[in-house]
Ligand binder design. Structure first.
Ligand SMILES: *[C@@H]1O[C@H](CO)[C@@H](O)[C@H](O)[C@H]1NC(C)=O
Ligand SMILES: *[C@@H]1O[C@H](CO)[C@@H](O)[C@H](O)[C@H]1NC(C)=O
Ligand SMILES: *[C@@H]1O[C@H](CO)[C@@H](O)[C@H](O)[C@H]1NC(C)=O
Ligand SMILES: *[C@@H]1O[C@H](CO)[C@@H](O)[C@H](O)[C@H]1NC(C)=O
Length: 372
């Protein structure tokens, strides 16, 4: 039993700690990382051409990049006065006395003027007049069809990482440049840094049609796991995709944001307000690298060797607690100090009580003396 426990402990250290977990290596888990992204693809929206300048935000391409898949556009807004949103119950009114001038409703679109006016095309329904960008989005926004062609757009992701402890710099781009522009990433092409948006959505388990409708955030995880005891050029990243927001039962599912294009019309500042629903990619880089080092090797070897000592404790405990019914083993183990053995040795004159504790068993009443 002692040998088999010893064997188990040795196997654990040799196979799991040293071979599987590479305990002989020094580990670096926080590499310095830099991400550059670029989208490619042109699509037709009804008969307007949408290129990257149109649908990609932000334009410089960092580790967060989004593509607009559907827009709600409010044309020709100017600063002026108009009726407040009718879906806001607090804006309903029947006379001017219902509207307090200067009041600002934080769910609303502007500051009240104190007048009660007919709501655009519902002359019978009235809301408070506000000073705002007019007409308001809720009334005037035009819903555009989704940009379905975006499913075939690609995003190029360039990632460079540096392991400062080992002074190794790696990138996910292979040296063959011609190959780079033509390939797309898939199960057979794991080295290619061009990812189809449709493929990303599919891998993350999100329907592209759902992204077109309400938008969504998807995490692109780049995972580097490197062993610098081998050739550092064998160190390649592994990509995975996961949705980053919760769709089901969430009060604010999806992903959308607003921006405006400003222009001057008849000497008035005007704007086109766009509410954009789209796919946002968050590129998240994890890295871990290991290399042989003498210090962790010694520490783990000392731990392994001293752990072998635990075997005898385990065996004693099992034998004493579960197996040793007739107390044969404990009699052998705890050699009782009887009077015969004490004879002829140092006689203690004092009548003090001595207590000896061995593995929880107490031998007391040795008032006549003990030879240790
Ligand atoms: C306008 O008022 C009528 C009745 O006063 C009501 O039935 C209708 O739902 C109102 N319209 C809106 C958009 O609230
Ligand atoms: C994407 O490309 C494939 C192959 O070129 C084509 O069959 C498919 O219709 C395209 N999808 C869209 C939405 O344009
Ligand atoms: C990426 O790593 C995970 C876990 O280490 C593994 O299950 C998966 O097969 C790897 N994927 C690729 C494409 O290598
Ligand atoms: C600005 O817009 C207002 C309202 O539509 C219009 O009356 C005015 O002529 C425009 N131009 C200038 C210069 O104010």
């Amino acid at each position: 039993m002692y040998r088999s426990v010893q064997c188990l402990v040795m196997t654990y250290f040799l196979w799991y700690v040293f071979i599987s977990q590479k305990a002989y290596q020094e580990i670096e888990t926080r590499p310095e990382s830099s991400v550059y992204t670029e989208m490619r693809g042109v699509g037709l929206l009804t008969d307007t051409v949408m290129d990257v300048v149109e649908y990609v935000r932000p334009s410089e391409g960092g580790d967060v990049i989004s593509a607009i898949l559907r827009r709600e556009v409010t044309h020709d807004q100017i600063q002026g006065v108009c009726a407040e949103d009718i879906s806001l119950p607090s804006a309903w009114c029947t006379s001017d006395s219902d509207c307090v001038a200067g009041e600002v409703d934080f769910d609303g679109n502007g500051q009240r003027t104190g007048l009660c006016v007919p709501y655009y095309n519902h002359p019978t329904n009235k809301t408070c007049q506000i000073k705002s960008w007019c007409p308001i989005e809720k009334y005037a926004a035009i819903r555009e069809p989704p940009l379905v062609a975006a499913e075939n757009f690609t995003v190029f992701i360039k990632n460079s990482i540096h392991f400062p402890k080992f002074k190794v710099l790696r990138t996910n781009i292979l040296k063959r440049k011609r190959y780079l522009n033509r390939c797309t990433y898939n199960e057979k092409n794991l080295d290619c840094p061009n990812f189809r948006l449709g493929y990303i959505a599919e891998q993350a388990g999100v329907k592209f049609s759902e992204l077109c409708e309400i938008g969504g955030i998807i995490g692109v995880f780049i995972n580097w796991k490197c062993d610098f005891d081998l050739n550092p050029s064998d160190c390649k990243p592994n990509y995975s995709f996961r949705p980053m927001n919760i769709y089901k039962n969430s009060p604010d599912p999806g992903y959308d944001y607003r921006f405006a294009k400003f222009y001057s019309k008849d000497g008035n500042d005007s704007r086109t307000l766009i509410r954009a629903y789209g796919i946002r990619l968050d590129i998240i880089v994890h890295g871990e690298a290991g290399k042989f080092s003498i210090i962790p090797t010694i520490i783990n070897m000392v731990a392994a060797i001293s752990s072998v000592g635990i075997c005898s404790i385990i065996c004693d405990w099992v034998l004493l607690t579960f197996i040793d019914k007739n107390e044969v083993y404990s009699q052998k183990m705890f050699d009782e100090i009887s009077e015969e053995k004490v004879e002829g040795t140092i006689q203690m004159t004092s009548t003090e009580q001595l207590t000896i504790t061995t593995f929880g068993s107490t031998h007391s009443d040795l008032s006549e003396g003990v030879a240790l």
